[in-house]
Design a protein around this ligand. Sequence first.
Ligand code: ADP
Ligand code: MG
Length: 221
Amino acid sequence: MVSARGLSRTYGSEPTLVHALRDVSLDVAPGEMVAVVGRSGSGKTTLLNLLGGLDRPDTGTVHVDGIEVTALDDAGLSELRRESVSYVFQSFGLLPALTAAENVGVPLRLRRTPVAEREHRAALLLDLVGLSDHAAQRPGELSGGQQQRVAIARALAGSPRLLVADEPTGQLDAETGLAVMALLRGIVESEGVTAIVATHDPVLVALADRVLTIADGRVGT
Ligand code: ADP
Ligand code: MG
């Protein structure tokens, strides 16, 4: 499903050149949930951004679902993000003026999905994440855990093949974080999506199918 070969990414230039990622190769099978674990600054975000097409490597290739992501131009990357890969971020990233249901529908608006179908799918997804009773509330009226559930529902709206989550529980307390991770785990199974989740919380790692450890830009197992 995801295949990376020889990925390297540096930031800046000498004398302050940072090797954020060094010759990373990995494969993720369809329907797998992989945790990327490493301390702050180890290269998790850099790796996820390359795998999801948010950033380009200095060297190396990424394939997602048979598409060579590293060969796409900007229009191709936009299409990839609209059609195949979705993101969940630590900071939720919901639009404050929209209700929960409207936020979930945003990816469908970008695809010009008819409004009735959009509302129907948003309602289904809010039900999936346990927030049917909160559809009309705005992000400011929801707890952090609820906001992240809305963000997960939004990420699923376009039926992505790959879900990339960068420390999705980083702003949540331990108990809420575990609930959100367990929700993600269940969704990987029920929706048949593939997920790559960065975290530095060892408790959450136990829910993944596989753990990739990253240190100083290198991936071990
Ligand atoms: P993590 O997500 O594991 O905390 P990152 O991928 O964000 O790690 O960062 C890896 C390394 O690259 C760190 O040393 C970080 O300081 C550096 N880095 C990340 N983004 C940038 C950037 N835009 N400019 C310069 N250095 C960066
Ligand atoms: Mg990070």
